[in-house]
Design a protein around this ligand. Sequence first.
Ligand code: IPD
Ligand code: CA
Ligand code: CA
Ligand code: CA
Length: 277
Amino acid sequence: SALLNVMVQAAMKAGRGLIRDFGEVENLQVSMKGPADFVSNADRRAEEVIFQELSRARPDWGFLMEERGTVEGRDPQHRWIVDPLDGTTNFLHGLPMFAISIALERDGQLVAGVILNPAMDELFTAEKGGGAFLNDRRLRVAARKSLPESLFATGIPFLGQGDHAAALYEMRQIMGETSGIRRMGAAALDLAYVAAGRFDGYWERALRPWDVAAGAVLIREAGGFLSGMDGEKFDHMQGDVACGNEFMHKSLVEQLQQATLRRKAASATLSALPRRN
Ligand code: IPD
Ligand code: CA
Ligand code: CA
Ligand code: CA
């Protein structure tokens, strides 16, 4: 569609810039937004390109972008949600698992998503009601219905931005029930890979709208299911996501609840111990 075309053009143009910067990461200026939370001029340059391209194509629409924040548009109905470089840590280490993520919100609902991994030439696109695609191939979530054969992905929050203890309990739980866990370092790609059937499921806490918005459209259009950690309705403005095919999503939510019970039981046992003074 014309809309997806606008999003794809913006992503591709920013992607070419990212590839140039990726070729000389040692020359980038890098600063920290918090412990273990890096940003570089590659992130900002890519965001500027996307902002310019989308503003030119749809002058009245607003933005929610990772680095620039909110830009109000004259049209109150439409808003772009943009992560110009998802996987900055990978990028800065020369790992080719990074992406540009662009979603469109109409009246608060996600209606289109584009995720581009420019280093691997993989373009994921989806529009509400129109299906999800990887380049020209139609996507479908994995059909697997056996937890012991499944492969899950997760993410670990940056230091101080989420609960590492909870993440450890969750990983231990899923490790014991599945054939493995991957921590790829780019939430947008984790979601795109679930839509593509590469991962059976994925969960992560403490994410931001630009990490999940485009990926959520892909998952839904590929026939997958998403929710918060306890199975509550998915909300891209909240930070938590659990997803997979219908079976894997349900199983994942059950396993995450088990993990929470175990964590609470452990901390209750600890606090019941007599204190040494
Ligand atoms: C990060 C990545 C990472 C996830 C973090 C995100 P950024 O995004 O998606 O996989 O674990 O929570 O913030 O900062 O590289 O755009
Ligand atoms: Ca970041
Ligand atoms: Ca991100
Ligand atoms: Ca980012």
